[in-house]
Design a protein around this ligand. Structure first.
Ligand code: F6R
Length: 242
């Protein structure tokens, strides 16, 4: 586990983007695993700037997102498809047909999960998976509990997760109650994992995830079993890291 702490946001973003662009330079057809949420946005901005300066190209790459809300049409302003289009895809040269996000509006969600997992098996493995971390230690939408699911599946969102995400909706009632998420097994199949966390509010969960025991009660702690994880933290989120 390679944990790096940055004094300046800009340095964190440049380092994160550098890991992604180095991969694309050596492997233009790389399969990227992408996340939504606020943690990767600065890195996505940096990537956009690099594409605009012709320093990197996503033209041959493909991507798989971690998760999507159930019940929101793709065009909904808060769907993860809209988020990715606005924060990254529409500003880089990636082929939109090769950007995969689970369809949370599919008529048969179980079948959608199976199809997503199968597509990952056919086109993967993911070369580099980007992750944020929830305040409760979730990765993707794999919420803490006594059991975790390995494969892509439908999950009921914890109240704390819905509250954390309510900031993007008019009210908490509008936050979906379910999501489709890659499973922990799906995530751990990635060749390399890049986890990003920022801010004091993530300090305690970072301590639990990377300095505490491996437990399903903190899904991110399972990353300790992966051989190639890079964690990028700002000083506040890395407060308890020795
Ligand atoms: C997003 C995702 C979530 C977020 C996590 C942190 O696709 O799967 O696990 O990474 O909730 O969210 P932020 O970055 O907004 O703190």
């Amino acid at each position: 586990m390679n944990i790096r702490i940055f004094e300046h946001e800009e340095d964190l973003n440049v380092t994160g983007a550098g890991i992604i662009t180095s991969l694309l330079q050596t492997k233009p057809r790389a399969v990227l695993g992408l996340a939504t949420g606020s943690s990767p946005v600065g890195i996505y901005k940096q990537l956009i700037a690099m594409v605009q300066k012709d320093l990197v190209s996503f033209a041959q790459a493909s991507s798989f997102n971690l998760d999507e809300y159930v019940g929101l049409p793709a065009e909904h302003s808060e769907s993860y498809r809209s988020f990715m289009n606005e924060q990254l895809f529409h500003h880089i040269d990636i082929d939109l047909d090769k950007t995969y996000i689970p369809d949370g509006n599919a008529p048969d969600l179980t079948q959608e999960c199976e199809a997503y997992e199968q597509r990952l098996e056919d086109r993967g493995p993911v070369d580099l998976q980007i992750l944020g971390i929830g305040h409760n230690g979730h990765i993707g939408f794999n919420e803490p509990g006594t059991e975790l699911t390995g494969r892509t599946h439908v999950v009921a969102l914890k109240e704390e997760t819905r509250k954390a995400n309510a900031r993007f909706f008019d009210s908490i009632d509008q936050v979906p109650t379910q999501a489709i998420t890659m499973g922990v097994g799906t995530i751990l199949k990635a060749k390399q994992i890049l986890l990003i966390a920022r801010g004091e509010e993530k300090a305690e969960i970072i301590r639990q995830a990377f300095m505490g025991p491996i437990t399903t009660e903190c899904p991110a702690s399972l990353l300790q079993c992966h051989p190639n994880v890079v964690v990028l933290l700002d000083r506040a989120a890395g407060r308890w890291v020795k």
